[in-house]
Design a protein around this ligand. Structure first.
Ligand code: NAD
Length: 251
């Protein structure tokens, strides 16, 4: 405990799943956490966080939120959506929506929070850390029926490296986390959906687990542990990376 003592962190999509686990882990490590989600009620059970409704699809809302929160040390971009299907299943609308939520949202939050992060890093002689949720399904791996999703998560890696290189001398680090399959409410929904076409939820679960070489899916808390590392001073020499944490999925 205490690895993030004195740090101020912003976490989007903190209502459930990986975002929630990251917010909890940051709080446990002593950070002040501004936790947001489009569904405000999902944040209710999150103790000791500064909670707010935030739709990361809205530039205006993100800018207003950043102005209210002020200067921060850590920004974690978690919001994302999994579109199921191939290129033939993805309409222009599907394509635009996924890029808007999975990629442009990060552009919005980084543009809004980075000036304050730079100012704080300079004033404190400390460093800021931006952490973006990508996926193994990205430039790391082509996953079946993850056409738009994989394209957006590859874009997240490109965005991450660009931000990392542009601000490397100004005390800002930027890294991407690339999980394999992780248990979360939306993943449970995907299992449920797949179950309808493969003969039941258990069979669908088996299919998800069998693609994981380690023979199990990940837990959100395991992803949160990496986020803590990337947020903390112990990773000070790490920037521009896309780190797989996937039970061997991309092996
Ligand atoms: P989830 O999909 O279960 O939850 C997503 C959260 O995002 C919800 O609380 C939802 O209310 C919120 N949200 C949706 N639209 C929003 C918006 N416009 N503005 C703000 N918040 C919004 O969470 P998860 O499965 O843990 O996924 C979190 C991130 O991790 C996503 O970017 C996802 O792509 C990535 N990821 C997940 C897995 C996995 O297997 N679960 C694997 C790799 C990457």
């Amino acid at each position: 405990a205490g690895r993030l003592k004195g740090k101020i962190a912003v976490v989007t999509a903190a209502g459930q799943g990986i975002g929630r686990a990251i917010a909890e882990a940051f709080i446990a490590e002593g950070a002040t956490v501004f936790a947001s989600d489009i569904a405000r009620d999902k944040l209710d059970g999150l103790a000791r966080a500064k909670k707010a409704k935030l739709d990361v699809l809205s530039t205006k809302a993100v800018e207003a939120y950043a102005a209210k929160v002020g200067e921060v040390d850590i920004l974690v971009n978690v919001a994302g959506f999994v579109h199921h299907g191939t290129v033939l299943d993805a309409s222009d609308r599907d394509f635009d929506f996924s890029f808007d939520l999975n990629v442009k949202s990060m552009h919005r939050t980084i543009r809004a929070f980075l000036p304050g992060m730079l100012a704080r890093a300079k004033a404190n002689g400390s460093s800021g850390s931006i952490i973006n949720l990508s996926s193994g399904a990205s430039s790391l791996k082509g996953a079946p029926n993850r056409y738009v999703y994989g394209a957006t998560k590859a874009a997240v890696i490109g965005l991450t490296k660009s931000v990392a290189v542009d601000f490397i001398r100004q005390g800002i680090r930027c890294n991407a986390i690339c999980p394999g399959t992780v248990r979360s409410p939306s993943w449970e929904g995907r299992v449920e959906d797949l179950g309808k076409s493969v003969g039941g939820k258990d069979k669908a679960m088996e299919m998800f687990v069998s693609r994981q070489p380690m023979g199990r899916v990940g837990e959100a808390s395991e992803i949160a542990a990496l986020a803590v590392y990337l947020a903390a001073a112990e990773s000070a020499f790490t920037t521009g990376t896309a780190i797989p944490i996937d039970g061997g999925w991309t092996l």
